[in-house]
Write a protein that binds this ligand. Structure first.
Ligand code: NAD
Length: 335
């Protein structure tokens, strides 16, 4: 299959492109390089520009011929930035997605796989987060991700909408790099748990915030899984796309390990894998923090036979290896 990957210069998009290639498919990348890395994109046919640039999309389809489907990863993804600039997030993630979908329809690219986010569950009080639960997004970023879902679903369900079919895959907490370390997270720093552990030291001590949640050890519950397993799930979904969407036209499903890990357990695993001791102090939960939860993954497993191949420890090891090897792979200084 020949598949368009928007945001294919970014973290997850580059892993998906690599997984498609490895499975014998042909990725085509569309990315503005607003984020992401040129090195990742240029391995495949690459069109640099905006997802809302209709003439670029016309050129892309003229150059590549008909495409069998599209994985839509391109988005702005930083939660605090979305709180500071909500308008920009709605413009980039929602308005431009509508334009992209129109271009895909125009060019009869009818299978759309959307990068969804477990952030749409936001403030849910459930520990096991199921696709049938009511979304409760807690930030402008999460709301734009939910609006992307609504948009795709409505286009798929509309009679005479050019036969578009869609799947939203809601990612929980992907971690680590491609198995061959050819691509991975390109941003350094940030507020993600793994980044805070990797960067911790006398100048940036680690503070574990929130210790009295109703979980096994009082710390928040998350669902980390290997990003390579996430990338493979896209390949399986694309390969089974028609049967999955045959009846309803649209489906939504979770991708995660299906097992919760507390922040404390994650730190223990990081210490085991890295051999580094993390000296941390504890602090109160930050405003808005919730106990969290983990993915119900039965739907993805049943429909594709997908199973995660990697453990949490594998994913942490991959993140550590990527931290060491990526400066050699990426020409410019990582930002
Ligand atoms: N990484 C995660 O933990 C995670 C979790 C849940 C969901 N997601 C979703 O996965 C997708 C990819 O996230 P990521 O972590 O790889 O982000 P990323 O920032 O690494 O990649 C996004 C890519 O999209 C490109 N892009 C952004 N706006 C564009 C536009 N208008 N036109 C063309 N290209 C544009 C950027 O240049 C970048 O290369 C996003 O949709 C995100 O919401 C990611």
């Amino acid at each position: 299959m020949k598949i368009l990957v928007t945001g294919g210069a970014g973290y997850i998009g580059s892993l998906i492109a690599g997984a498609l290639d490895k499975a014998g498919h042909e990725p085509v990348i569309l990315d503005s390089l607003r984020g992401g890395r040129r090195e990742f994109a240029e391995r495949y046919p690459f069109y640099q520009g905006d997802i809302a640039d209709e003439s670029l999309l016309d050129r892309l389809f003229e150059g590549e011929g008909p495409l069998d489907g599209a994985v839509h990863c391109a988005a702005l993804t930083i939660v605090p930035e979305s709180v500071a600039n909500p308008g920009e997030y709605y413009e980039e993630n929602v308005v431009k997605t509508l334009s992209l979908f129109s271009s895909l329809q125009k060019h009869q690219c009818r299978r759309i796989l959307l990068s969804g986010s477990a952030s749409v569950y936001g403030n849910s009080r459930d520990a096991v987060l199921s696709e049938d639960g009511i979304p409760c997004p807690g930030s402008p970023y999460a709301r734009t991700k939910l609006m992307q879902e609504f948009l795709l679903e409505d286009l798929c369900l509309a009679p005479g909408e050019g036969g578009i079919r869609g799947i939203t895959l809601r990612y929980f907490n992907p971690l680590g790099a491609a198995e061959d370390l050819s691509s991975g997270p390109w941003r350094r720093g940030g507020s993600h748990l793994i980044a805070r552990l990797l960067n911790h030291g006398p100048e940036s001590p680690f503070v574990l915030t929130g210790t009295d949640f109703p979980t096994r050890d009082g710390t928040g519950l998350r669902d980390y899984f290997h990003a390579a397993d996430l990338a493979r799930a896209h390949v399986l979904l694309l390969e089974s796309f028609d049967s999955i969407t045959a009846e309803t036209g649209y489906a939504v499903m979770n991708a995660g390990s299906g097992r919760g890990v507390t922040v404390k357990e994650f730190i223990d695993a990081f210490e085991r894998v890295s051999g580094r001791r993390i000296d941390y102090r504890t602090g109160p939960a930050r405003p808005g923090d919730v106990a969290g939860g983990y993915a119900h993954t039965g739907r993805l497993r049943a429909l594709t036979g997908w199973e995660p191949r990697h453990s949490l420890e594998d994913a942490i090891e991959s993140a550590l290896l990527w931290e060491i090897t990526s400066p050699l792979l990426l020409k410019a200084q990582l930002s």
